[in-house]
Design a protein around this ligand. Structure first.
Ligand code: MOS
Length: 737
């Protein structure tokens, strides 16, 4: 069964199929670990079995005795590396701690050695035979553990201010109803199907790295710093990335180790880390705790919003999500108070995971809004409507476009919301308690600097080159569509090359920026071509051909640079030098306008009256995100986002053995995500929206939009079904008994 192909509406491109679809389903698509290299050696990581302490020594003899072993790299013999900076300190590193830096163990699963052998099997065997002696200290695992250190985020990261507006306490005093509640979200792991793989291959002093990355330029820059070599001598390639969600956005420790081993051995080295190692050698979505206070008048006008957040971090790096600057922009909040805190434990460094701050922060806010609606005996959609706004009250800046209530109208109509009996527990079918809930989806519209090279050839074909990435989203397809549309070519006449650091620098594939940034750069490059052809006012095929013949050119090549306003003053070190600012658009960060995509999600849950089993028979989401480049690929992203949201509400969390600060369910059998049997009807509705200020193509980005708010919608529906408010995710059967 497949979903019908969505028809394009106003301000949407054609719903063409992905250009790599056939390559993917036939296995022709090559991922990083598939890239052929001659005579590779194979690496296997050894990771710590303690959560905190020191390595006292190794017993290498049993490992070295395994036939085919070529090298055992530890902190005692690792070749020299330069320092690497954390990405919050202007660098590219997941952590500022160098790999195999010394005997200190900062977290369970830290890389303590790497074995290289003729075969994968020999490397694995030797890795398991390597003796490691530790001096163990008791680690602090999570909230409530002994030995945590709490810091105010604004003191650690000076640029992170706690959003504030007016007198919140006065607002709460003036309120007719106040909700004051605490919410919690768990550790989650991205678990992309493609494992964390790295192949390093030297040719003289030039290094090629095949690694799935959301930012080949960033990886190149960071690795060049670490290896003390010019970035131009490193090439990072990935044709396809088999899922990332944030986990492949930063330089992890493994890459330099594989590069060093390949240099030492004088042959290519390939590493494919195991699924369980992936839980600790990259990042994760960290635990959060929230206190939310929300006040409103009897008529349902918000009087004040307070949000305090605690974010669990490792001890070595300064990562936080924040996110209250976004949630505070959602509604007409006349007063806002907030604090952010970083809580240090003995854990691997966290990193962005799909809609990093919005998922936990909006879960808390949208749950609190539902709780407030119950106190006010008001429909939760109506409560949101009464507080809809055309500006961010904290900054005073207007939205470029905002279609939140149109999304609520479309989704509630399709869902049949008006048939809802608001009384909790009132809707029942046999043994099943039926609950309906809703919440807002949102994601800020962000941009990344990007340069695209577009070449139009005399035979009426074009080539687009940009170091963007396809993390499974359809980037190849929409980038090609953009050029095809601008140049009046059919999409199959446009070749697209991405995922390679020899190409002009593309956007980081994070923050839902790829489509808006890459397509803007492509459009600007095409505009330059059209101008050179004298076709700036528009182009059709005969016009283009005539102009082409007149110029008698074999090919016309142009580079379009897109530098979003927010990046003007920021360093783009390692990126294309000489980028020019031709954005002309507003950016949520540049002090001009507020830019967000929006959606509204409605969920039906069924909770079994006796066993408390929870099911989600249907979910309806309506979304407005400016120009939709391709309604088919967009539909898939939004559907996938909602399914992930259901998983985040009901299934997904990483369990921790608090004695050793160790992840327990570090495999896909026990780390639960929704399977087909968990997901029934998922409806995606597009609400057409035009945004002429966001960026040159007016696209807002949808990669992270749809899984924001889903968890709150499910939690609100569970309350409606049962009268039980679950304030800690995931909502599992035991919490409802
Ligand atoms: Mo996404 S968490 O911005 O890679």
């Amino acid at each position: 069964m497949s979903a019908p192909v969505p028809k394009p509406q106003a301000n949407m491109g054609e719903p063409i199929a992905r250009r790599e679809a056939r390559a993917k389903v036939t296995g022709a698509a090559r991922y990083a670990a598939d890239m052929p290299v001659a005579n590779p050696a194979h690496a296997y990581l050894v990771t710590s079995t303690i959560g905190r302490g020191r390595v006292l020594g190794f017993n290498e003899a049993p490992a070295r005795a395994v036939p085919g072993v070529l090298a055992v790299m530890t902190h005692a013999n690792r070749p020299k590396l330069q320092e690497v900076k954390h990405f919050f300190a202007g660098g590219q590193g997941l952590t500022a701690v160098p790999p195999l830096a010394g005997p200190e163990v900062h977290h369970d699963g830290q890389i303590v050695a790497m074995v290289v052998a003729e075969t994968y099997e020999a490397a694995r065997e030797a890795a398991h035979r390597l003796g490691v002696r530790y001096e163990r200290q008791a680690p602090a695992a999570t909230f409530g553990s002994k030995g945590l250190v709490e810091q105010r985020t604004a003191e650690v990261l000076k640029e992170r201010k706690d959003p504030a507006l007016g007198d919140a306490e006065a607002g709460f005093r003036a309120a007719a109803a106040v909700v004051d509640a605490q919410y919690g979200t768990p550790t989650q792991h991205h678990n992309p199907i493609e494992l964390f793989a790295t192949t390093a291959h030297w040719l003289g002093d030039e290094l090629t790295v095949y690694e799935p990355s959301q930012f080949v330029y960033g990886l190149r820059t960071g690795l060049a710093e670490q290896l003390g070599m010019p970035p131009e001598k490193i090439r990072v390639v990935n044709d396809f990335v088999g899922g990332a969600f944030g986990s492949k956005g930063a330089l992890t420790q493994r890459t330099a180790l594989v590069a060093l081993a390949a240099r030492q051995l004088g042959r290519p080295v390939k590493l494919v880390a195991t699924r369980d190692q992936g839980f600790t050698i990259s990042g994760h979505r960290h635990e959060t705790r929230h206190r939310v206070r929300l006040g409103a008048t009897r008529e349902g006008r918000f009087t004040a919003y307070q949000h305090d957040i605690w974010e669990l971090n490792g001890r070595t790096d300064p990562y936080v999500n924040g996110g209250i600057e976004n949630s505070a922009a959602m509604y007409a909040f006349p007063a806002v108070a907030s604090t952010g805190r970083m809580v240090r434990a003995d854990r691997n460094p966290p990193i962005f995971m799909r809609s990093p701050p919005e998922v936990p922060v909006m879960y808390a806010l949208e749950s609190a809004i539902d709780e407030l609606a119950v106190r006010l005996s008001m429909d939760p959609v109506e409560l949101r409507r009464r507080n809809d706004t055309d500006r961010n009250w904290v900054t005073g800046k207007p939205y470029t476009s905002r279609s939140l209530m149109q999304c609520y109208d479309a989704a509630s109509e399709a869902f049949g919301w008006r048939r809802r009996n608001p009384q909790p527990g009132s809707m029942r079918e046999g043994d099943w308690l039926v609950g309906w809930g809703c919440a807002t989806a949102t994601y800020p519209t962000q941009m990344s600097p990007a340069v695209a090279r577009v070449r139009l050839a005399a035979d009426g074909t074009a080539r687009v080159e940009i170091a963007a990435h396809d993390v499974g989203t359809g980037a190849y397809t929409v980038i090609g569509q953009m050029a095809a549309q601008c140049l009046s070519l059919s999409p199959e006449r446009v070749a697209v090359t991405i995922g390679d650091s020899v190409l002009p620098p593309g956007p980081v594939s994070g923050g839902s920026v790829t489509t808006a940034s890459a397509c803007s750069a492509v459009k600007l490059a095409c505009d330059q071509i059209l101008a050179r052809l004298g076709l700036a006012g528009g182009v059709d095929e005969p016009q283009r051909k005539a102009a082409f013949e007149k110029l008698q050119l074999g090919a016309i090549e142009e580079t379009g640079n897109y530098v979003p306003a927010s990046s003007r003053s920021k360093s783009t070190a390692g990126l294309y030098s000489g980028s020019v600012d031709i954005s002309g658009g507003a950016n949520m960060e540049n002090g001009v306008k507020t830019m967000f995509a929006f959606g509204a999600e409605f969920v039906e849950v069924r909770v079994h009256a006796r066993t408390r089993e929870i099911r989600v028979p249907r979910i309806v989401g309506a979304f407005a995100a400016g120009r939709i480049m391709n309604p088919r690929t967009a539909h898939s992203q939004l559907m996938g986002g909602m399914i992930w949201g259901i998983g985040s509400a009901l299934h997904e969390f990483t369990e921790i053995d608090t004695r050793e600060a160790r992840y327990i369910n570090d495999n896909l059998a026990e780390y639960l995500v929704p399977v087909n049997a968990d997901i029934r009807q998922v409806d995606v509705i597009f609400v057409p929206e035009v945004d002429q200020e966001a960026n040159p193509v007016g696209a807002k980005g949808i990669g992270e939009l749809a899984n924001v708010g889903t968890a709150a919608a499910v939690a609100n529906a569970v309350f409606h079904a049962t009268g039980r408010r679950i304030r800690e995710l995931p909502i599992t059967v035991d919490k409802l008994i």
